[in-house]
Design a protein around this ligand. Structure first.
Ligand SMILES: [Zn+2]
Length: 320
């Protein structure tokens, strides 16, 4: 009898275990999210405007490319709960599994959803150089901070998922007859950035290197590389651009030009100040910001951006 009872328990465990390991309990998300189609194969969800901890952390975009042989994602959103919600939206459009997640860069608002897709069997692809962030104390500190500021959507079970594949320069692949081009941009907006181009649809998913209709967040970016990339970007053929934040640009060339002009202006204005050995605050007050001061996020971002560029140009001038 004992044997039979033991067997029964073992059998029940065997039945329950796979279900338990598939259906993870993530905190339910109430934030509104909808999948918007921009071309034959490409859709995206648009994060809300606001700071990182507003709207359950739903502040960044994710791209979804649906083919007959699987789904490719671009970025993974800022919490596992959001990622699970996105999975639900994708399942309403297609039976195809998510095959790959291409990560534009390892910043918190784009990566904490990765574990959901990884658990579902997707391959994670990221720019080489991402490991600089992943292995830094910053990454651990940020996660600890979000476990508090975004609880319960980010909690002790939330983890930073490492890439399966690092892209060095570029990577081209085809899935379901759709050709994809992944380009490494170097350390532009972060330690390592990449963008994805969906060739037949002529849709560019840019991550945070191009901002639509607002002053970019420069952070610790290498503005020299960033600018060079934008200058090189061949935009004539691009039909639509999905940035890392904000709506898809209907005039991609304009969005690219705006970001480019802003960075070039910052470098030129702060470069002149460094050449003349002016102090930052003196230089900042003297610059005519009228081309940009009407743009959203100018008040929040511009002075800090200018200071960061001033410091980096000073370092360049000193040969550091
Ligand atoms: Zn971002």
């Amino acid at each position: 009898m004992i044997h039979k009872k033991f067997l029964l328990v073992a059998l029940i465990n065997l039945l329950i275990w796979p279900m338990a390991s598939v259906a993870k309990d993530y905190a339910p998300s109430k934030v509104e999210m909808e999948l918007t189609q921009v071309s034959d194969h490409v859709y995206y969800v648009q994060g809300k405007a606001g700071i990182a901890t507003d709207n359950e952390g739903f502040i960044s975009n994710a791209g979804v490319v649906i083919t007959d042989e699987g789904v490719i994602l671009f970025d993974a959103l800022g919490t596992p709960s959001l990622a699970q919600k996105l999975m639900g939206l994708i399942a309403k459009k297609t039976d195809q599994p998510v095959k790959k997640v291409i990560v534009s860069h390892y910043h918190a608002d784009h990566v904490y959803g990765l574990q959901v897709f990884k658990e579902a069997g997707a391959e994670i692809i990221a720019p080489s150089g991402s490991e600089l962030y992943i292995d830094s104390p910053n990454a651990e500190n940020r996660l600890q901070e979000r476990r508090v500021s975004l609880f319960p959507w980010v909690d002790d079970d939330t983890r930073l998922v490492r890439p399966d594949v690092y892209v060095d320069q570029s990577m081209v692949f085809t899935l379901g007859g759709v050709e994809f081009n992944v380009t490494h941009l170097g350390d532009a907006h972060s330690d390592a950035d990449l963008m994805l181009y969906v060739l037949p649809d002529r849709v560019l998913l840019s991550g945070d290197i191009i901002f639509e209709g607002r002053v970019p967040f420069v952070g610790s970016a290498n503005t020299k590389n960033w600018l060079k990339t934008l200058e090189k970007l061949e935009t004539d053929n691009v039909q639509a651009l999905i940035p890392g934040h904000g709506p898809a640009a209907s005039e991609p060339a304009q969005a690219i030009t705006m970001t480019k002009n802003y960075l070039a202006f910052l470098r030129q204005a702060m470069g002149a100040a460094v050449d003349e050995m002016m102090s930052f605050s003196e230089a900042y007050d003297e610059v005519d910001w009228s081309d940009f001061n009407q743009l959203p996020a100018f008040d929040e971002a511009n002075r800090r951006n200018a200071y960061q560029v001033y410091l980096s140009l000073e370092a360049e001038a000193l040969g550091q």
